[in-house]
Design a protein around this ligand. Structure first.
Ligand SMILES: [Zn+2]
Length: 325
């Protein structure tokens, strides 16, 4: 698709403007300004895989670059390393205190709900920020019609995404108050040392069917196909935790199969989630160097690009980054 230099300038300007806007706390009823919240504990999982306080973070490039993503070295206490404008200082420390300790119980339902909640709010933040940017772009009278068409489509997808994410957010908030009645299922695996840290919320492509998505928007139906994934390095092992709503009947991942799957299959699933559905993860510098020396980083980035289009999300993936350990 042809995008003019002028389009590119407008898009960049709009991104900068959208980023400047202050963000309110995501906690219901709180009107204070948000601070930068971590989606994984800095002085826990992130510190464990960091070298001199730094890790390799997956970053989104300018939308018109040849590849949408790159890895960049960054400090776990600075920049965008698994951080977002999520909650005010008070809510951030009160709400998440049970998952910000040195000895988090990853088998505790409420803790898993809290981690999922933070991953979801991170995704919501990104979507809302994108929508602000797209609105600004579409208001411009100077963009080309090709550019306008692309951003109108993006805006529609993003609006649908925000709508569903808000519904899921509400459900988790209800369950956080009354967590004896469990609304979500979680599977917990110990997968050894993989030096990847992530906290992920993603939704499955049934709703990438735009007709269906638009119908959902008007009917306010709740979408079932959302997953919560944690990759958490600890001193002994790495936890891979996947969660979804309990009553899900036709999910993309079959939890009964997954619960008894062998390690190779689990790694296939992790690979697919990282490369198809998420950008909220980072890896240790050492692991990055190993993969880079074998030419695997390029393959990871090109695979991510290949599967970034909505219609590719249900296609099987042949590349597996864990086959090159
Ligand atoms: Zn607050």
């Amino acid at each position: 698709m042809f995008i003019t230099r002028k389009d590119r300038r407008i898009v960049d300007n709009c991104r900068a403007k959208a980023r400047k806007a202050t963000k309110l706390c995501y906690s219901p009823g709180c009107n204070k300004n948000a601070i930068m919240s971590h989606i994984q504990q800095a002085e826990g999982p992130l510190r464990l895989i960091a070298k001199e306080g730094k890790v390799m973070q997956l970053m989104l490039n300018n939308s018109f670059e040849i590849n949408p993503w790159r890895f960049q070295k960054a400090g776990i206490r600075e920049g965008d390393i698994l951080r977002f404008w999520g909650f005010c200082k008070e809510c951030d420390s009160n709400l998440f205190k049970d998952v910000e300790t040195t000895d988090v119980d990853y088998y505790d339902y409420r803790n898993l709900l809290l981690l999922s909640y933070r991953a979801l709010c991170n995704e919501l933040y990104k979507k809302e920020y994108n929508l602000k940017q797209f609105d600004k772009i579409l208001k411009s009278t100077e963009i080309s019609s090709a550019c306008r068409e692309q951003f109108e489509y993006k805006k529609l997808l993003t609006r649908v995404g925000i709508h569903h994410t808000h519904q899921e957010k509400k459900l988790i908030e209800e369950n956080l108050i009354n967590f004896n009645d469990k609304h979500y299922d979680f599977l917990i695996f110990k997968i050894g040392e993989i030096n990847i840290c992530g906290s992920i919320y993603f939704s499955l492509p049934e709703a990438f069917n735009l007709q269906r998505a638009l119908a959902d928007l008007t009917n306010c139906q709740r979408r079932e196909g959302s997953y919560f994934v944690q990759l958490i390095p600890t001193k002994e092992t790495t936890f891979f935790i996947i969660g979804r709503r309990k009553q899900m009947t036709h999910g993309y991942y079959n939890f009964s199969t997954l619960a008894i799957a062998n390690e190779a299959y689990i790694f296939e699933v992790i690979n697919e989630i990282l490369l198809k559905f998420s950008e909220s993860w980072c890896m240790s510098i050492e692991y990055y160097d190993q993969l880079q020396n074998k030419g695997i980083i390029q393959l990871i980035l090109s695979t991510m690009k290949q599967y970034s289009r909505p219609e590719m999300k249900l296609e099987a993936m042949t590349f597996n980054m864990f086959n090159y350990k």
